[in-house]
Design a binder for this molecule. Structure first.
Ligand code: PLP
Length: 398
């Protein structure tokens, strides 16, 4: 972490940026559930979204020298899976609202090895024309559902438009690791996974519980954790002795918020604890709470000067990852929100080579601040975020 980041860190965050474990997540709820990438015909649970992308590109037959089309507005973790296969990453443009620029995509498709399309923040792209273009040029489509584990578009579940789908389950559940490669159209027999070992399994369970305790949940677990924590640290110190740094890694970079791609995790199964969370959490409740929190934020920012939601409305069949707020003068607002303890995502930063490829992507990466709207936000946390937003954007005292 650089000094500037440290200086910006508030004494206390008003809410967790990502979901944390709570007992209520396991209360079963009745009612219809949104379609989920995990329900596609074939699926394998891996440790992160980028591993799912890497496996999907392999399954699509991407070869050294091939061109993989990636949106210019992207996470730095989406590019290395293509480079690892020896392919070239080519960036296509997006519109001011992050919709795929169909003309630019169509011009680049001939001869491409694969194309990746992202449903940013959980808002579906308009998939029918993209699917048609891919079929016309015989280019396999990877639907990047890292932000859209749930939802449908045009009557089809998200993930089912693509030849393959890649999801990042850890963005939607309070797990330490988690990704999913899925397909409604192809078998995944070539994807064979094995356990990443006992230390990883222990760390995945421990870190999920620890994060939850850090944010004031599961306080009983804090007491129960004290002993396993010491045991785990001692075990880890013993295991690390004499090992070169590369072999000292117990968990993939993705689980520590890094952008790195560590191919030794390509054949590793998601941790048992993370898979159990996926199986036991109430999906209805998760979707309902995320949508409700999104709508509360939408109402809260309505009429505030200098900002607006990136999208005019939340589609009926979408489940948001975060609330994308488009800010006119983002840097001072970002600094002040951070200083007030509002946790934020800045998707698309750092931009790297794509910065020159698309002015809209550059603008979105700078101006969109992602506010948490996840299922574990309490009413008090949401109120605190809303009050900080009003205070900073409208100058209203909290
Ligand atoms: C759009 C998108 N795709 C893929 C990924 C990779 O997911 P993961 O971090 O689980 O590897 C990310 C990560 O932020 C992302 O935002």
């Amino acid at each position: 972490m650089v000094a500037a980041d440290l200086a910006r860190r508030p004494a206390r965050w008003l809410a967790p940026l990502a979901p944390v474990l709570e007992w209520r997540a396991f209360v079963p709820h009745r009612g219809a559930c949104m379609p989920c990438v995990l329900d596609l015909r074939q699926r394998r649970l891996v440790t992160s979204g980028r591993m799912a992308i890497g496996l999907a590109l392999q399954a699509m037959g991407v070869q050294p020298g091939g061109r993989v089309l990636i949106p210019a507005y992207h996470s730095a973790s989406m590019v290395p899976p293509a480079l690892h296969l020896g392919a070239r990453a080519e960036f296509y443009r997006v519109g001011a609202d992050a919709a795929v620029d169909l003309d630019d995509l169509a011009a680049r498709l001939p001869g491409a090895s694969a194309v990746m399309v992202t449903h940013y923040f959980g808002f579906p792209q308009s998939m029918a024309p993209i699917r048609t273009l891919c079929d016309l040029h015989g280019v396999p489509l990877l639907e990047d559902c890292a932000h859209s584990l749930f939802g449908s578009h045009g009557g089809r579940p998200l993930g089912a438009w693509g030849d393959y789908a890649a999801a990042s389950t850890m963005k939607f559940l309070p797990s330490f690791d988690g990704g999913c490669i899925a397909s409604a159209h192809h078998r995944l027999d070539s994807v064979r996974l094995r356990s990443a070992g006992l230390l990883f399994e222990a760390k995945a369970a421990y870190r999920a519980l620890e994060r939850s305790v850090e944010h004031g949940r599961l306080r009983v677990a804090a007491l129960l954790l004290a002993l396993p924590q010491r045991a785990l640290q001692a075990l880890w110190r013993w295991r690390k002795r004499g090992l070169p740094p590369a072999q000292q890694q117990v968990a993939p970079a993705a689980s520590d918020n890094g952008f790195d791609y560590d191919p030794q995790w390509l054949d590793k199964r998601s941790a048992w604890f993370s898979r159990a969370l996926l199986a036991l959490s109430s999906r209805q409740d998760l979707c309902r709470r995320r949508r409700r929190n999104y709508l509360a934020l939408e109402q809260a920012v309505h009429g505030l000067p200098g900002c607006r939601p990136l999208h005019a409305a939340l589609p009926e069949h979408a489940v948001p990852w975060v609330f994308p707020l488009l800010v006119d003068d983002p840097e001072p607002v970002f600094e002040r929100l951070q200083a007030a303890g509002v946790p934020l995502v800045r998707f698309g930063q750092p931009m790297g080579a794509a910065a020159d490829a698309c002015a809209n992507a550059r603008d979105l990466a700078q101006r969109v601040l992602g506010l948490p709207c996840h299922q574990a936000l309490s009413a008090r946390e949401l109120d605190a975020i809303v009050s900080a937003l009003r205070n900073i954007l409208a100058g209203t005292p909290p």
